[in-house]
Design a protein around this ligand. Structure first.
Ligand code: NDP
Length: 254
């Protein structure tokens, strides 16, 4: 269906070498897009690239650390050099450090903010000229339930993910005239490396999530594929500045 057809489109997915980013990349690939998967760990990307090749998609790894502005520019430059254009940016790279607020060092605070929020801004800024050159584009920023809620062990993470929603709104208003739509996705609790660590560190988390989620289960990266295709394709051309929960009902339940 044309509304969800990404044939000929090129997507750059930060942190696309695993977890939610790879789940979204699967959806984009199945809709016809070519993929540049960005991250720091090339070895982890090998499996991801093999999976996408199995779907018949063209996919390549582009190495970079989103906390560095020069790397963000290089990720976009490498994508355009290898694929000829950039239509879709998924700002998915993220990290978490779980502590009580009084225990964070300044470096830890900055690491989380630099990765989750500043990295997304720097990649968006780097991608903007390429999208203008392509005649428009789609940016998808990954927020979290921590964009909406707080938790004692997540001060910098919640600050970064709240910031993602407001940054999304600001960029959406700035770049609508360029036919660039900027939206956020707020995943619920999804089974990935990140949350496997959380389940080790936060006692009882696994069962609390299942009990608190109306769908009665953890999400999986594949649960994010559909929203990625919608927000990357022509079906969302008049949708911008939104923050869409993909959470099995977590954010609407008492
Ligand atoms: P993963 O740890 O599986 O994936 C995170 C990805 O980000 C990795 O592929 C990693 O690649 C990349 N990354 C981290 N830091 C950097 C950096 N400085 N530069 C470039 N890439 C980086 O976690 P998830 O898939 O769970 O998380 C993906 C996103 O989804 C994050 O933004 C997270 O906050 C968000 N999220 C996750 C939820 C969940 O329940 N899992 C819920 C809500 C939001 P590499 O190691 O190669 O750099």
């Amino acid at each position: 269906m044309r509304l969800f057809d990404l044939t000929g489109k090129v997507a750059l997915v930060t942190g696309g070498n695993g977890g939610i980013g790879l789940g979204m990349a699967h959806g984009l690939a199945q809709a016809g897009a070519s993929l540049a998967l960005a991250g720091r760990n090339a070895a982890k990307a090998e499996t991801a690239l093999a999976e996408l090749a199995g779907l018949g998609a063209r996919a390549e790894f582009v190495a970079g650390d989103v906390t560095r502005a020069a790397d963000c520019r290089a990720l976009v430059e490498q994508t355009v050099a290898r694929f000829g254009r950039l239509d879709i940016l998924v700002n998915n790279a993220g990290t978490a450090i779980r502590k009580m607020p009084q225990d964070y060092t300044e470096a830890e605070w900055r690491e989380v903010l630099d990765t989750n929020l500043t990295g997304a801004f720097l990649c968006s800024q780097a991608a903007y000229p390429a999208m203008v050159a392509a005649g428009g584009g789609k940016m998808i920023n990954i927020g979290s339930m921590m964009s909406l809620f707080g938790a004692p062990y997540a001060t910098p993470y919640a600050a970064s993910k709240g910031g993602i929603v407001q940054m999304t709104r600001a960029l959406a208003t700035a770049w609508a005239k360029d036919d660039i739509q900027v939206n956020a996705v707020l995943p619920g609790w999804i089974d990935t490396d990140l949350t496997r660590t959380a389940r080790r560190q936060v006692e009882g988390l696994h069962d609390r999530v299942v009990a608190r989620t109306p769908a009665g289960r953890w999400g999986v990266p594949a649960d994010l594929a559909g929203v990625a295709v919608f927000l990357a394709g022509p079906g969302s051309d008049f949708v911008t500045g939104t923050a869409i929960p993909v959470d099995g009902g977590f954010s609407v339940a008492m």
